[in-house]
Design a protein around this ligand. Sequence first.
Ligand code: NAD
Length: 263
Amino acid sequence: MNMDLSGRTAVVTGAASGLGLAIAQTLGRAGAQVVLSDLQGEAVAERALELQREGISALGVGGDAASEHDLTELVRAAQAFSANGGIEMVVNNAGTQHVANLEDFPVSKFRQIIDLMLIGPFMLTKLVFPGMKERGHGRIVNMSSINGLVGFAGKSAYNSAKHGLIGLTQVAALEGAEHGITVNAICPGYVDTPLVRNQLQDLADNRGVPLESVLEEVIYPLVPQKRLLSTDEIADYVTFLCSDAARGITGQAVVIDGGYLAQ
Ligand SMILES: NC(=O)c1ccc[n+]([C@@H]2O[C@H](COP(=O)([O-])OP(=O)(O)OC[C@H]3O[C@@H](n4cnc5c(N)ncnc54)[C@H](O)[C@@H]3O)[C@@H](O)[C@H]2O)c1
């Protein structure tokens, strides 16, 4: 299978940590030039330097993935950095979480999550689509979740954004289909990242038990494979979707969840 991404440039949001970082690393190792973007400007610049030390052509750009201004600047920086001036791949990955019952959920927090995890991907897609259409090639991967397919109590904003992102994925797939652009969503289950570790640690602290007990008692009973997924296995799938081998796959919400939704 040809997974060579040489000569192509990828923009990954939320790339200072967790899934975004693993995706940027894996795309870079497959030959792509990678532009890592994150709200944590210093951290993302450092991650890009680490990739450069590996021989990967990488650029770190600080910015807010919910801001039209910052996304416009990100696209400009990526085009200037790209050897051919184009952006062939975008991974809309930046995300955050807030857990509260509906009646306690601050409206401002709900809006903030929708802004970042739904309107941000829309704006970045809108910015790169004209160039992709012109070149007759493009790959967009949107990081949804199993929470984009089923509900989860306490996560009204996150679930709404992740469901909406699948709708956006389908529309963008239809509009890009005749132009060689594929658009897909990935729906991971529990992946071992700082976001998940912090949530599990909070739960462990509330219960006064070690994190391992939360995994054994709360998470593993929900996951048939009884493990957290690794960032690498999600990043490998994203890289496949970005490759020529996946040119016929578009408008899909691909579930990678260790069996969670099979029950
Ligand atoms: N970890 C999981 O189990 C899991 C499962 C399904 C989906 N996801 C999704 O994967 C994505 C990445 O999650 P993760 O677990 O790697 O989390 P993470 O917290 O490790 O990484 C998220 C990154 O996004 C960045 N970020 C946050 N707000 C931002 C903003 N406004 N602008 C730019 N960057 C911002 C953070 O600084 C961080 O580097 C998220 O969209 C998340 O919803 C994660």
